[in-house]
Ligand binder design. Structure first.
Ligand SMILES: C[S@@+](CC[C@H](N)C(=O)[O-])C[C@H]1O[C@@H](n2cnc3c(N)ncnc32)[C@H](O)[C@@H]1O
Length: 307
């Protein structure tokens, strides 16, 4: 259950840490990234470490006067910054869940371990995956599997899950994963047949996409000029959102063909759009890291700077 931080050196280097700076680790987890940031800060530097999961925070908190822990959703950054922090020099997101959460059967995140169908990142939320699957209709479930898991067999899986629930209780992660295996009956030694469905249910249940979109927009307002936003994502749905967010706020959309006279609309757009970000780039894990930590296989780190 040891969580190995992904793209650790690359992500911290990308933040270009200032000794006396103020940073947010929006996804504290087991503290891997925070510890490396700390090692680069003077005694005047500060880190605000956020995690939605109180169990994670309680287990992995380290005592250091420079860290302030915040048990909340990172989309509530605005509230915390308005009240306590002010502008920051950098913010890091390492999205998803940690091995501590994934590999704990009680949390119900993984098809690999048998446990209750829970999947809540914040266990104070009321609705579990069990509640969700019991109360949702086939159409909505199929939509979720398609949208958040990019699952080709979304209609079939949704139909048979609901059919199963009419007759029997779908109580555990193994009930769900065995059912999915029997529905799509596909043997792929690299991808478990239930992988995409588990991902989709978790993302929807925890509203991960909505939270990410909100947090990105707020982050932009919180960064000082020259401040850096670095985001590690693990699947194409998140990465697409991050890429579009960065493009939308950078010069990318504002390139205007200089040979043509501008229309009035273009002139207005051009005047209104204040460029806020400079895209620094994206980094993938090296082969070495992937060999040591298979979880890093799908990671992408995107970096941008407030201008
Ligand atoms: C991949 S782990 C981070 C691991 C961490 N960087 C490390 O090296 O130990 C992601 C963490 O973000 C937390 N998390 C996920 N969504 C969140 C959200 N919307 N707000 C706050 N924390 C969130 C999870 O509970 C989890 O602990």
């Amino acid at each position: 259950m040891v969580h190995i931080p992904v793209l650790l050196k690359e992500s911290i280097k990308s933040l270009n840490i200032k000794h006396n700076g103020t940073y947010i680790d929006a996804t504290y987890g087991c503290g891997g990234h925070t510890k490396l940031i700390l090692s680069k800060l003077s005694k005047y530097g500060k880190i605000y470490a956020i995690d939605r999961d109180i169990k994670t925070l309680s287990k992995y908190k380290i005592l250091d006067k420079r860290i302030t822990y915040i048990n909340d959703n990172f989309s509530n950054l605005k509230y915390f910054l308005k009240n306590k922090i002010g502008k920051i020099d950098g913010i890091l997101f390492d999205l998803g869940i940690s091995s501590f959460q994934l590999e704990n059967p009680e949390r119900g995140f993984s098809y690999m371990y048998n446990g209750p169908l829970d999947m809540r990142i914040n266990q104070n939320e009321k609705v579990t995956a069990y509640n969700l699957l019991n109360n949702i209709n086939v159409k909505k479930l199929s939509y979720i599997l398609k949208t958040y898991g990019e699952e080709k067999y979304h209609k079939k899986i949704a139909f048979y899950i609901k059919k199963y629930i009419l007759k029997k209780k779908l109580n555990s992660t193994h009930d769900l994963s065995n059912l999915i295996c029997s529905i799509i009956n596909k043997k792929n030694k690299f991808k478990h047949p239930a992988k995409r469905s588990f991902q989709a249910i978790r993302i929807f249940l925890n509203q991960e996409i909505k939270e990410l979109k909100k947090a990105l927009n707020i982050s932009l307002k919180l960064l000082k000029l020259g401040g850096i936003i670095s985001i590690i994502s693990f699947h194409s749905i998140e990465d697409r959102i991050i890429k579009l967010f960065m493009r939308k706020n950078s010069s990318y959309q504002n390139k205007i063909n200089s040979k043509l006279p501008l229309t009035e609309k273009q002139i207005n757009n051009f005047c209104q759009k204040k460029l806020q970000l400079k895209i620094i780039g994206k980094i993938f894990p090296k082969k070495n890291e992937i060999l040591k930590n298979s979880r890093s296989r799908s990671a992408i780190l995107r970096i941008a700077q407030k201008i």
